[in-house]
Design a protein around this ligand. Structure first.
Ligand SMILES: [Zn+2]
Length: 348
């Protein structure tokens, strides 16, 4: 991880798609969540009194937070927050207040709010508010030619929607990142949708079916850890092979380009009727990439490069798209082999 001139490790951007614990666990332990002026080095006496007691590693500065408008919401029956989510919320509110007070922000105080909130709570945030359909060019307040990011969801919530659908609608940020390489502006399109479920993907398809360019991908993270409920309204454990795939959700999640990778960030996918990850959903994603126009790969983080020997899955962006980096762990028994060392494919 890069460090700044003061020796503080940092990330340019931290995107939290939604505040579930499996997406932000460890936030307080590893990240600095306060003004930069309050940063403490691990060797300082003050830091030893820190409540975590684990002060061997310096905390990571988040130069810019990318947050859903959940920062404006109160907890409800369907919207309870774990401690790390509350800490995110508090820091996000601090940064929004900083923007309201100063109308600008420096590294460590920046935030972008992704999607409008109900009841006009985001109306005065124009410069830090990204509306659905909006494009973010660059990161951390700096324009960059190598990255542009399209916001696809969450949509503003309508008054007529019931509480459950409202909760689902607010559940995840969905984005398409366009990463340039060697003069190719869309060398890698990366689609990620947090834990969004079938209703959301159906709505997204309805909005994009005339021009699905915003849903195309070379790399996609399967929503909700390869859950069946991102692809179907039916219960896999109740109906088994009688379940029906939602045609519209599958179209929204099926815009794979040639050589695309679909990644399930999940436990090992087995034939048992667990969900997520669901073996039936994995089958559907394999079917999406196993057509001759795509010839892509479906991979699972828990079996990369092999079950019980997992290592980070790293992609290098080339002019021909993402390339899976060969893992340092022996890949002899990985079963994910054919992507490794493969020639890049050119996009037309
Ligand atoms: Zn999750």
């Amino acid at each position: 991880m890069k460090s700044d001139s003061e020796g503080r490790p940092y990330v340019d951007v931290f995107l939290l798609s939604h505040p579930d614990q499996d997406h932000c666990r460890g936030l307080q332990k590893h990240f600095h969540l306060a003004p930069l002026s309050e940063y403490k080095k691990p060797e300082s006496e003050d830091a030893e009194e820190d409540r975590d007691g684990d002060e061997t590693e310096p905390k990571i500065v988040i130069r810019e937070m990318w947050s859903s408008p959940m920062v404006f919401r109160r907890a409800s029956k369907l919207h309870t927050l774990c401690d790390d989510a509350k800490a995110w919320n508090t820091e996000a509110r601090r940064r929004v207040k900083h923007f309201r007070d100063n109308e600008s922000a420096e590294d460590g105080d920046r935030i972008l709010v992704l999607g409008e909130d109900e009841n006009g709570k985001t109306d005065d945030l124009e410069d830090i508010l990204v509306k659905v359909g909006g494009l973010i060019t660059g990161t951390n307040g700096k324009s960059e030619a190598t990255l542009s990011t399209l916001l696809l969801a969450p949509n503003p919530v309508g008054d007529e929607e019931d509480e459950e659908l409202r909760a689902k609608n607010q559940s995840s940020v969905i984005m398409q990142f366009s990463i340039a390489c060697g003069g190719v502006p869309d060398a890698c399109l990366f689609l990620t949708g947090g834990d969004a479920e079938v209703e959301i993907w159906e709505r997204i398809w309805a909005a994009h079916k005339q021009n699905p360019s915003g849903l195309k991908y070379d790399l996609m993270l399967t929503p909700h850890h390869c859950s069946w409920h991102s692809l179907s309204h039916d219960s896999w454990s109740d109906l088994g092979e009688d379940v029906k795939v939602s045609k519209d959700a599958r179209k929204a999640l099926g815009q794979a380009r040639e050589g695309a990778f679909v990644i399930a960030s999940s436990k090992v996918i087995s034939d048992e009727d667990s969900d997520p990850p669901c073996a039936r959903a994995a089958r559907e994603y394999r079917a999406i990439v196993n057509v001759k126009e795509v010839k892509g790969e479906f991979l699972n983080t828990a079996s990369h490069p092999a079950v019980g020997k997992v290592a980070p899955m790293v992609f290098d962006i080339t002019v021909g798209g993402p390339m899976l980096r060969k893992s340092k762990v022996s890949a002899a028994s990985s079963g994910s082999g054919s992507a490794i060392g493969r020639q890049p494919l050119m996009h037309g």
